[in-house]
Design a protein around this ligand. Structure first.
Ligand code: SF4
Length: 695
C-alpha cells in the first residue's frame, strides 16, 4: 500500500493505492487537509485506468496509413532520424513541443529543458494555457506573483462569505465543497454562474446568493459590485492606504458603472447586486471573506481583465494578504500550477523566471550546463503555436505529452487540420487517445501510480506521488524517453531518467526565482511536511501565505488596474442568437481520455448533451432527449437535448469531454486574450436546430 494522490484535478485528494492480485490496484481515501477523507467518483475509480483494456504496451508507427506495432528501438530511431533531418533542413524551430497540465513537476521541467536544449526550439507551450493563464496574468500584474491560492484551503473554513465566480466545484472537485460550509452556514456563499449548477444550488435556503449574469458579462458584474462598495463607503480605506497603489484611478474608472446600468448589461437585479456587495463587506469586517475565480470567468478573450476586476473588488475590501480573508483562483488541471512554474510555458524558465531576462537565462543555463546564448527565446502560446504548424517557417514536427488537443483545443476542426500538415507527429500516451490516433509514432508511457514525481496542488503545496504499482511490460517513463532521445539527437548535455535526480536539478534551477523550490526534496516530502513554495532553503518552513506582510511587487504594494467592459468576441446575430457556455460534468475529467474509459463513469454520462431552458426548447420545437445540432461561425456539433429550468433562456450549456460529432470545441472560439493568450472557450454565439431538420 502506498500513500499518494489522485491522478486528476488540482485538489490532488490523498489516497492509498494497493496493488491487486492479478494486476491493477484499489484506492482508498486518506484524511488530508484538502479532501478530508473524501474522494469524488473519478478518484474512487481512478485505478481502473491503469488496466484499461486498450492500454498501450508497445510503440506504434504509421505504415501505409495504419498504426502498427513496433519495438522501442525502431520507434525512437525513426523519431530521432526524422527530427535530425527536419532540423538540418529547416532549423531547430521546425520542431514543436506541447505538454499537459497533468505532467509531474519533474516531467514538466525536463520537457522544458529537452525542448530548449536537446531540440533548441522556442516552440513549446502546454494545455495549462487553457487553464490558468488569465488568472496567472491577473495575479502577476496585481500582486507580482501567480500562485492559485496564496493560502491553505482550510483558511476558507472560517470565512463568513465566499464569492465564487465561474466555478462549479460541486461537480469538478466535490471534496472542495466541505470548505464552503462555513460561509454557507453564515448565509454568505455567493455563486456567479449563468447556470443553476450544483454549486449554485448550494446557496439555496438562505445559505447565500446565486447571481446568473448573461454569459460574457462577469467583468461588468464585478465592476458593478465594486462600484457599490465605493459608493456606499464599504471599502477598507486603512488597508488601501497601507498596502495598495492606484486607488484614485480605480475609483474614477468605476464612476460609470452604477447598478442600474450593470443590471441592464448583466441581467442581475440591482437589489441582488447590493445584497451581494453588502454581504461581502459585512463578512470582510467580521470573520473574513474570500473572492475566488474559475475558468468560467477566465476563459474569455478578456479573461485577464475579468480576473483583474475580481482582484480590484477583493483589494477594495482589503482581503488579499489578510489572515482569514483573501483572493485566489481555483486551478483545474492536476499540475496546472507546477507546469507553468518550471518551464512548460512558452515564455518561462524554471522558478517562474522570464525567458527574456538575461540574469534568469544565465542562471538556468548554468544549471543546465549550456551557454545562455544558446537558449532560445520565447515561443508562441498554444493557439498561435497550433496555427503556425505546417506554415512557411513554422514547425513541421510536434511532440505531444500528456495532452489530447484533438478534443480540447478551441475551434478544434481548424486547429486539428494544422496537425495533419506535419511531417511528423509523435504522441506519448498510455491509451490511444484521439490525438494519438492521428500520430505517426505513438510511444506507450507510464501513468500516475506507475512512476514517482511531485505535483503542486491548487494551494501551491508540494506533494509527492511515489510509484505504487509496477507498470506493464513494454511501457517506459517519459523521463526515459527524453533521456534516450536526447542521446540519439546528439544533445550537448545528458538527461537523467531518475525523477529524484531531475527534481534535485529542478530545485537548483528554481533557486532565487519567484517560485523557489530550492528547499524541497523528495525525502522532505516523503516525511510528510506541509511545504508550500517559495521555500528557498532545506531548513526553511515554506510559505503557506506569501502576502501577509507584503506583496511580491517591487514596492511591496498590490496594484489596482482599472479595467472596462469588453464584449465577447462573438456577437449575437439573428442566425446565431444564443450564447453557448461549456464546462465539466461530475463523471468526466478534461478531454475524457481517461474517464471515458472507466465503465462506471461512462455509463452515467456516455455522450454529449446540451442543456436548454424549457422556453427555448419550446421555441425551437425540441423535445427532451432529442438530438440537436449546435452551430457557430467555426463549425457544428450534435448533442442530446436536456431541458432544464436551471439555465438562462438565452443560454445553452455543453460539456467538453466528448470527441467527434459531440465535440463542443468544434463550435468554440479561438480568439485569445491579448495578455494571457487564453482562448475564449467559455462563450460563443450559436444557432440550434433539431438534428433531423430545421426547427
Ligand atoms: Fe479529488 Fe479531483 Fe480526484 Fe475528485 S478528481 S478525487 S476531487 S483530486
Amino acid at each position: 500500500m502506498t500513500a499518494t494522490h489522485c491522478p486528476y484535478c488540482s485538489l490532488q485528494c490523498a489516497m492509498d493505492v494497493t496493488p491487486a492480485t492479478g494486476g491493477g490496484a484499489t484506492v482508498t481515501p486518506l484524511d488530508f487537509p484538502t479532501n478530508r477523507g473524501r474522494l469524488c467518483q473519478k478518484g474512487w475509480t481512478s485505478a481502473e485506468v491503469l488496466t484499461a483494456p486498450d492500454r498501450l504496451t508497445t510503440p506504434l508507427v504509421r505504415r501505409d496509413g495504419e498504426l502498427v506495432p513496433t519495438d522501442w528501438d525502431t520507434a525512437l530511431g525513426l523519431v530521432a532520424a526524422t527530427l535530425r533531418r527536419l532540423r538540418a533542413e529547416h532549423g531547430p524551430e521546425a520542431v514543436a513541443v506541447f505538454g499537459g497540465g497533468g505532467l509531474t513537476n519533474e516531467k514538466a521541467y525536463q520537457l522544458g529543458r529537452f525542448a530548449r536544449v536537446a531540440l533548441a526550439t522556442p516552440n513549446i507551450d502546454y494545455n495549462g494555457r487553457f487553464c490558468m493563464s488569465s488568472a496567472a496574468a491577473g495575479g502577476r500584474r496585481a500582486f507580482g506573483l501567480d500562485r492559485g491560492l496564496p493560502f491553505p484551503l482550510t483558511d476558507l473554513d472560517g470565512a463568513d462569505a465566499i464569492l465564487l465566480i465561474g466555478s462549479n466545484p460541486a461537480e469538478t472537485m466535490p471534496p472542495f465543497c466541505t470548505h464552503l460550509a462555513g460561509a454557507q452556514n453564515a448565509g454568505g456563499l455567493v455563486v456567479v454562474d449563468p447556470r443553476r449548477t450544483p454549486t449554485a444550488a448550494m446557496t439555496s435556503e438562505g445559505r447565500g446568493l446565486h447571481l446568473a449574469p448573461l454569459p460574457g458579462t462577469d467583468l461588468v458584474l464585478l465592476l458593478g459590485l465594486t462600484q457599490i462598495l465605493w459608493s456606499e463607503n464599504l471599502v477598507d480605506h486603512d488597508y488601501l492606504a497601507a498596502r495598495v497603489s492606484g486607488v484614485n484611478d480605480l475609483r474614477a474608472s468605476l464612476a460609470a458603472w452604477w447598478p442600474e446600468r450593470v443590471e441592464r448589461v448583466t441581467g442581475v437585479p440591482v437589489a441582488t447586486l447590493r445584497r451581494a456587495a453588502r454581504l461581502l463587506a459585512d463578512a470582510s469586517r467580521g470573520r473574513g471573506a474570500y473572492v475566488l475565480t474559475g475558468r468560467g470567468a477566465e476563459q474569455h478573450a478578456h479573461g485577464t481583465d475579468t480576473v483583474t476586476a475580481a482582484i480590484n473588488l477583493a483589494l477594495s475590501l482589503g482581503l488579499p494578504g489578510r489572515a482569514g480573508s483573501g483572493y485566489g483562483c481555483l486551478t483545474g488541471q492536476g499540475n496546472g500550477q507546477g507546469g507553468r512554474e518550471h518551464g512548460l510555458k512558452a515564455d518561462q524558465l524554471p522558478g517562474y523566471r522570464s525567458i527574456t531576462d538575461p540574469a534568469a537565462r544565465a542562471h538556468v543555463a548554468g544549471v543546465w550546463g549550456v551557454d545562455p546564448d544558446d537558449l532560445p527565446g520565447p515561443g508562441k502560446p498554444a493557439v498561435a503555436l497550433f496555427e503556425s504548424l505546417g506554415t512557411p517557417g513554422g514547425p513541421r514536427a510536434m511532440l505531444i505529452h500528456g495532452a489530447n488537443p484533438v478534443v480540447s483545443l478551441p475551434d478544434v476542426l481548424r486547429l486539428t487540420d494544422r496537425l495533419r500538415t506535419l511531417d511528423l507527429l509523435v504522441v506519448s500516451d498510455f491509451v490511444l487517445s484521439e490525438t494519438a490516433a492521428m500520430a505517426d509514432v505513438v510511444l506507450p508511457v507510464t501513468q500516475w501510480a506507475e512512476e514517482t514525481g511531485t505535483m503542486t496542488n491548487l494551494e501551491g503545496r508540494l506533494l509527492l506521488r511515489d510509484r505504487a504499482v509496477t507498470p506493464p511490460d513494454g511501457v517506459r517513463t517519459e523521463l526515459e524517453v527524453w533521456s534516450e532521445l536526447a542521446e540519439r539527437l546528439g544533445s550537448p548535455v545528458s538527461f537523467s531518467a531518475d525523477p529524484s535526480v531531475v527534481f534535485g536539478e529542478l530545485t537548483r534551477a528554481s533557486a532565487g526565482g519567484v517560485a523557489d523550490y530550492a528547499g524541497f526534496s523528495h525525502d522532505r516530502l516523503r516525511d510528510g511536511e506541509a511545504l508550500y513554495w517559495p521555500c528557498p532553503a532545506p531548513d526553511d518552513p515554506g510559505t503557506p501565505r506569501p502576502f501577509l506582510d507584503r506583496f511580491t511587487t517591487p514596492d511591496g504594494r498590490a496594484v489596482l488596474h482599472p479595467v472596462d467592459e469588453t464584449p465577447p468576441d462573438d456577437a449575437l446575430t439573428p442566425d446565431m442568437p444564443i450564447y453557448l457556455v461549456t464546462g465539466r460534468v461530475l463523471q468526466h475529467y478534461q478531454s475524457g481520455a481517461q474517464t471515458r474509459r472507466v465503465p462506471a463513469l461512462n455509463a452515467v454520462e456516455p455522450r454529449a448533451y446540451v442543456e436548454l431552458h424549457p422556453l427555448l426548447a419550446r421555441r425551437l420545437g425540441v423535445e427532451e432527449g432529442e438530438q440537436v445540432r449546435i452551430r457557430s461561425r467555426r463549425g457544428a456539433c450534435e448533442a442530446a437535448a436536456r431541458i432544464t429550468e436551471g439555465i438562462r433562456p438565452d443560454t445553452v450549456f455543453m460539456p467538453f469531454h466528448y470527441p467527434d460529432d459531440g465535440a463542443v470545441n468544434r463550435v468554440t472560439n479561438a480568439a485569445t486574450d491579448p495578455v494571457s493568450a487564453m482562448p475564449e472557450l467559455k462563450v460563443a454565439a450559436v444557432g440550434i436546430e433539431r438534428a433531423g431538420g430545421a426547427a
